[in-house]
Write a protein that binds this ligand. Structure first.
Ligand code: E4P
Length: 215
């Protein structure tokens, strides 16, 4: 059970990495465009500044497997955590298989169906990213997709880790893990929210008051 942060903002990572509770980072072109960072520089800094991360996902562009693999080559020297993120289409899966044959970590992204997940498992991806929030936005159950992929992978001994993505709230983190996710990648705000519970706060206030009365 692992948590990754889904962000391209360095400052979002620093304090949360220091908690020791974060195992990886995922990025995508939209997050990178919004943050305004230089993508290569950002990934290089993550690999250097956060050495305990098991995975830093870099989404590659390109329409053919060859183009994706060529772009992957620019990031792989940055560190062993670099995980090449390819789209869940024919060319992306060809790239996945070839990269995996070379021992490269691969995250196959934009999964919306179990048949896609089957191909991804056969391509031996390191991670598959089903987009829970975007499924829910379109009235398909994102969590049931996680559950079904998990059942298929368990039944067939598939090693690909299910990386629940597009998560919008902390309840979806719990639901993802309950239904077989291995990892959740979450926005920093959702990570912060996971600590917070009104009953913990009020209970702690009472205990702190009682501490003052103890002789
Ligand atoms: C995952 O790797 C993606 O970066 C991300 O979770 C997409 O989330 P969104 O649907 O909120 O854009």
């Amino acid at each position: 059970m692992k948590l990754f942060l889904d962000t391209a903002i360095l400052e979002d990572i620093v304090r949360r990495y220091e908690t020791g509770l974060i195992a990886g980072i995922t990025t995508n072109p939209t997050l990178v465009r919004k943050s305004g960072v230089d993508y290569h520089g950002f990934i290089a800094t993550c690999c250097e500044s956060f050495p305990d991360l098991e995975s830093v996902s870099v989404e590659v562009s390109g329409e053919t497997a060859e183009e994706m693999i060529e772009e992957a080559g620019k990031y792989l020297p940055l560190g062993s955590a670099v995980t090449i993120k390819v789209p869940l289409n024919e060319e992306g899966l060809i790239a996945c298989k070839r990269l995996r044959d070379q021992g490269v970590k691969v995250n196959v992204t934009l999964c919306f169906a179990t048949d896609q997940a089957i191909l991804t498992g056969i391509a031996d991806a390191t991670y598959i990213s089903p987009f829970v929030g975007r499924m829910d936005d379109n009235l398909f159950g994102g969590i049931s997709l996680i559950r079904n992929i998990s059942k298929i992978y368990k039944a067939h001994g598939v090693k690909t880790q299910i990386l629940s993505a597009s998560i919008r709230d902390s309840a979806s983190v719990a639901q993802s893990f309950l239904n077989g996710a291995d990892v959740c990648t979450i926005p920093p705000s959702v990570f912060d929210k996971m600590y917070t519970n009104v009953l913990t706060d009020s209970g702690l206030n009472i205990f702190n008051e009682d501490f003052k009365q103890i002789k």
